[in-house]
Every structure is written in structure tokens, then in C-alpha cells.
Ligand binder design. Structure first.
Ligand code: ATP
Ligand code: MG
Length: 407
């Protein structure tokens, strides 16, 4: 029996409206890659008794418990005391940690909060490479408890550096990978692949979103890694160019690599997405190497002034039309000095549609030195979905264009 995990997110703010427990989602995914299934997740308020109860109950059920949040120096950070209560050990101040914290804070002229040097007797520190609050590790027999700070970047760095290495030996014989797909629906993908994972020890989950589909593949058992590789290879073969990446790949990141390999650049002129394409590509670290910039040209006058769209064409064809998309693409390319220009104009809704130009109609165009190609799309969904799905399609059209040119 492989170990099963429980996650506890500490923080009153996550019980109120508007803050999601994204730490647990991230941890679930990382544990899954290690072959460790999560059996329960909870979110608890910043209260010693509530946290302690949750930790105690989790330790009784599960061999691995991960707590995030409430490790900081402030009054509402109550996780240390709660862990001590749950484990039945006193909190102890670690003189070495205290000295290290003192050095850190005095160098920066900041007031020291000594409680960050407290941990339950018998526990160990998990170093924090990106902040001050250290994490706490407790391992006794078959039971493991790890507490990490709530700040997502710190939590992730500490999980990777201080927790994952301690879990590799308890990980089950399981391998998992994710294929990222664009251009097909859930049903199509399932119909194409269902016979592949209809086998003992193999599972597949298809998740769909505005950025495409994710196919989560998993193999359990003695030869999990080899079985997963066979499954992944065959799925890739059947899906062909619709697979744009694996695991942490994003469409924008993949497009960026293709452009960077060729030493080429992109610029955008966006009406209906109004900068969302530019935002998506600039989420990729290092995108300045291949993204020149973008024009947000919502009003017709700006389409003409900034992107060079012919005012007569705007008047005769309307802003949402193939020639306008093409001129936006060409305008982005030439005015921003890029190799490729993407232009987009459309009707995101909910209002503004007509019989000839319904909500969801989007004209997309891609320009390079050889000319301009355009697509008339009809996007389903509410306003936000139409816009996000247009971003996905624009990046995918560029990706396919770059791949075709390479072949
Ligand atoms: P710090 O040393 O920064 O105080 P901490 O361990 O005390 O770290 P918290 O005070 O609980 O952490 O949370 C710090 C920040 O991290 C808050 O902005 C909070 O919203 C965010 N955060 C906490 N827990 C989670 C979670 N489970 N998912 C996503 N964000 C979280
Ligand atoms: Mg805090």
C-alpha cells in the first residue's frame, strides 16, 4: 500500500470570498507525479485549536500530512503552536536558528520576531531559500508531517528543496505525465485514444479549458515508467500536431521557443482581445527576446492611426472583418518591426452581434514577409471565454505556421 496524503491549508482568508487555496492544488499535482494520492484536503481558520484538531485527525488517518500557511512572525500565524499541540510536544526555541535570524534581521535593520525560531521538540527545519520563515518537518516511524509557509512561491521552493527529496523513497511505483492539446474537443480526444488507456494500471483524465485540453496520463505498477512512455508515445502519434507540449508547457512558451530557435520576433495588434495575447506571451520568462510589443486598438481611429488600417475599408467592411484583421496583422508587423504580426478583431459579446456578424465572430490574421493569412472563427461562450479562446487560437495558428515552415 502506498502512502496517502492529506493537505491542510491554514488561513481564515481562504474561508472568505475571493481567496483560493491554490497551494493545495499545486501540492496535489506534485504529489501525484510522485505516485502519492491525496485522500483529503481541508481549509482551516487561523485558530490554534482548529488547526491542531485538523492535524491530529489527519495524522491518525494518513502517513503523510502537509500543512501550508500560518508560519510567519505575526500574531495570526498560529501553525507552530498548533503543531506542537497536535504532536504533544512542547514548542522549543532553537538557539542556532535564532542566531541566524538575528543576523539576517539586524543586517537589514528589521525588527526580529523570535517566534520564527520555535519548533515542536523533535522536529527538524526545512530551509527557506526565498524568505525568512523556515518550514517544519516531523518524521516518526511511518508518519510524516511537513509544515510550509503560505506564500505560494516560498511553499513551492521549499517543497521542491526540502520535502520532495524526503518523499522519493515512499513514492509508489507510479508515473504520470500530461499532454497539452489544442484543436480538438474532449470527445474527439477520448474517441481517438480510449482503447489505449482501457487497460489495467493505466488511467487518463481529460481536462478542458480555454487554453486547450490537458490529457493527464498515469501508469501504476512495477513497470510504470515504461508503460507510461509507451502510452504517451502512442497518444502523441495519434494526436499528431494537435499536441503542443507536455507537463508545464504553455502555448505561449512553445511559440516563444520556436521563434527564438529561428531568431525571429512577433508583434500584435489586438482589438477584441485588447492585449490578452500580449499578456499571455509576456508571461513567458525571457519573452523580450522574441516579442517586440503590441498595439491595443479598440477604437477605429486608433486602428488607423496606430496600426495603419485603411479608414475606407473600416467604413465599408466594418471593424470586424477579414481585411481589417489582415491590415492589423500587417500593421503590427511593420510598425513594430517584427517578423510576424498577429491581428485580431471580433465580437466578444454579449451585445453587438448581428445576423451577419454574430457574437463570437472573430477575424484573426497572421502576417509575415511572404504575405498575410486570415481565419474567420466562431467562438463559443460568454465574453471572457470568447476572448481567452481567441488568444489560444491565435497562438496556435502561429505555432502551426512556424512548425509548417520548419518542416
Ligand atoms: P509569512 O511568513 O509570509 O507570514 P505564512 O506561512 O504566515 O507566511 P500566511 O500568512 O498564512 O503564510 O500567508 C501568506 C500569504 O500567502 C497570504 O497572502 C495568503 O493569502 C497566501 N496563502 C496562504 N495560504 C495559501 C494557500 N493555501 N493557497 C494560496 N495562497 C495562500
Ligand atoms: Mg503570515
Amino acid at each position: 500500500m502506498s502512502v496517502r496524503a492529506e493537505l491542510i491549508a491554514v488561513g481564515t482568508e481562504m474561508l472568505e470570498i475571493g481567496r483560493r487555496d491554490t497551494n493545495s492544488e499545486w501540492l496535489t499535482e506534485r504529489l501525484s507525479r510522485l505516485g502519492i494520492a491525496v485522500r483529503a484536503r481541508s481549509v482551516v481558520e487561523d485558530d490554534v485549536a482548529t488547526i491542531a484538531q485538523a492535524v491530529r485527525a489527519a495524522l491518525q488517518r494518513s502517513g503523510l500530512v502537509l500543512v501550508t500557511g500560518g508560519l510567519g512572525p505575526t500574531e495570526d500565524d498560529r501553525t507552530r503552536g498548533a503543531l506542537a499541540d497536535a504532536l504533544g510536544r512542547p514548542l522549543e526555541r532553537d538557539p542556532e536558528k535564532l542566531a541566524a535570524l538575528e543576523r539576517f534581521f539586524s543586517r537589514r535593520g528589521l525588527p526580529l520576531r523570535k517566534k520564527q525560531a520555535d519548533r515542536p521538540r523533535g522536529s527538524a527545519w526545512i530551509p527557506n531559500p526565498v524568505g525568512t520563515a523556515p518550514g517544519i518537518a516531523w518524521e516518526e516511524g511511518e508518519v510524516r508531517l511537513f509544515a510550509l509557509p503560505g506564500v505560494p512561491a516560498e511553499m513551492r521552493a521549499m517543497f521542491e528543496g526540502g520535502v520532495e527529496p524526503r518523499l522519493s523513497h515512499i513514492a509508489g511505483p507510479r508515473a504520470a505525465s500530461t499532454l497539452k492539446i489544442v484543436g480538438q474537443g474532449e470527445g474527439q480526444v477520448d474517441a481517438l485514444l480510449a482503447d489505449l488507456y482501457d487497460a489495467p494500471g493505466l488511467t487518463a483524465t481529460i481536462l478542458s479549458g480555454d487554453a486547450g485540453l490537458e490529457l493527464h496520463l498515469r501508469a501504476d505498477g512495477a513497470d510504470a515508467r515504461a508503460a507510461l512512455e509507451r502510452l504517451t508515445d502512442e497518444a502523441r502519434r495519434r494526436l499528431g500536431g494537435d499536441v503542443f507540449g507536455r507537463d508545464d508547457d504553455t502555448l505561449a512558451g512553445v511559440v516563444g521557443r520556436l521563434l527564438e530557435d529561428r531568431g525571429q520576433t512577433l508583434a500584435t495588434a489586438e482589438s477584441c482581445t485588447a492585449g490578452l495575447i500580449a499578456a499571455a506571451v509576456t508571461e513567458v520568462p525571457g519573452s523580450s527576446a522574441w516579442f517586440r510589443g503590441g498595439l491595443v486598438v479598440y477604437g477605429n481611429e486608433l486602428k488607423t492611426e496606430l496600426a495603419g488600417v485603411d479608414a475606407a475599408i473600416l467604413a465599408s467592411e466594418g471593424a470586424v472583418s477579414a481585411p481589417v484583421a489582415e491590415q492589423l496583422a500587417e500593421g503590427a508587423r511593420t510598425r513594430c518591426g517584427a517578423d510576424f504580426g498577429l491581428g485580431v478583431t471580433g465580437i466578444a459579446g454579449p451585445g453587438g452581434g448581428t445576423a451577419g456578424k454574430p457574437v463570437g465572430l472573430v477575424h484573426l490574421a497572421l502576417a509575415d514577409a511572404a504575405g498575410v493569412v486570415g481565419w474567420r472563427l466562431s467562438k463559443m461562450g460568454e465574453r471572457a471565454q470568447v476572448r481567452r479562446r481567441t488568444v489560444t487560437e491565435a497562438l496556435d495558428r502561429l505555432r502551426r505556421h512556424l512548425l509548417a515552415a520548419r518542416a
